[in-house]
Design a protein around this ligand. Structure first.
Ligand code: SF4
Length: 313
């Protein structure tokens, strides 16, 4: 069975932190208030902190209602995608509509840059799980790793996180993305830890560049060092482990499904099989065909082959 193509939804895809996640893309590629050196989507093309209706709200909600009518197997509906989702001006309306449509928990992945805006904080009060980022313990490192829009400062991000923690009753898992040689020294991680301790999060997730980054120099921190840094961040910190989802259902998948998935982010064959709920051999066969035809290209990273759409590197 071939699934319909949606413009603003993707997946369910396997997510290292959320299990099987049905993504809602609230901004087009790649509208973001940051231009992180490690971004797996590549460099930011629309670098902005201006909130707007980047994709029509009605279209997003109509697609979601249609998708949910087919009862997709997923653990979370996730507001994320091809940039920073809180830039969508109708975020509050979208959150409310999702909560009306389904009981599936709603997650938000955000770079946290707009949490200093009370409207944004109020828009996401009904989200079940918020995963903001904090990759730096000082303004200099923040500028180096996240390359924010000029109006976003390190201080405004930290203040936004503090205000959000005070007002929001749900779960906040902070992601700390570590890049070798930029923010992975013991002393720098201690600076991040001091901010974390002041704010108080439910959980800290430590990530590193396991997918092709925007900048080649954004290298992964090796596993041993990540675990060492994890200890510095304290008992509620963990390194995000590679996902391992059971193959609960198996179905046919089309070349278009794979192209749509790879259009969002580079994936391994296992990612494709798990995300599209098909046998690994079927994913491998179709990925092989698309590679031979030059529609997608592989890139070797951390001993794994990631596939991406040709021309989107
Ligand atoms: S990692 Fe997230 S916040 Fe950073 S540039 Fe990419 S989409 Fe934006």
């Amino acid at each position: 069975m071939t699934e319909k193509r949606y413009k603003h939804l993707y997946g369910p895809v396997p997510s290292r932190r959320l299990g099987r996640s049905l993504g809602i893309d609230l901004v087009p590629f790649k509208v973001c208030s940051f231009d992180c050196v490690y971004c797996q989507l590549g460099r930011t093309t629309v670098h902005t902190a201006r909130r707007d209706v980047y994709v029509p709200t009605g279209e997003i909600l109509a697609e979601l209602a249609d998708k949910l009518s087919a009862k997709p197997l997923c653990d979370y509906i996730t507001l994320a995608g091809s940039g920073e989702p809180t830039l969508h001006r109708d975020l509050g309306q979208i959150v409310s509509a999702v909560k009306e449509l389904t009981d599936i928990p709603l997650a938000l992945l955000t770079n946290g840059s707009l949490l200093s805006d009370p409207e944004v904080r109020s828009a996401i009060m009904r989200v079940d799980l918020v995963v903001p980022s904090l990759d730096a313990g000082d303004a200099e490192t923040f500028a180096k790793i996240n390359r924010p829009c000029p109006e976003i400062t390190f201080q405004s991000v930290v203040e936004g996180l503090k205000a959000f923690r005070r007002e929001y009753q749900g779960e906040i898992r902070l992601e700390v993305f570590l890049v070798a040689g930029i923010n992975d020294s013991d002393s720098h991680v201690r600076k991040i830890k001091a901010i974390i301790d002041e704010i108080g999060f439910d959980h800290i997730e430590i990530n590193t560049a396991t997918r092709p980054p925007a900048e080649e120099y954004a290298r992964a921190v090796d596993a041993e060092r990540l675990h060492h840094l994890c200890k510095i961040l304290g008992p509620n910190a963990s390194v995000i482990a590679a996902h391992a989802l059971p193959s609960e259902r198996a179905g046919a998948v089309s070349r278009d499904d794979i192209l749509a998935m790879l259009g969002r982010r580079p994936c391994t064959i296992d990612d494709v099989a798990e995300g599209l709920n098909c046998h690994r051999w079927e994913a491998a066969k179709l990925v092989g065909q698309l590679t031979e035809e030059g529609k997608i290209i592989p890139e070797r990273r951390n001993d794994k082959d990631y596939y991406q759409i040709k021309g989107e590197t």
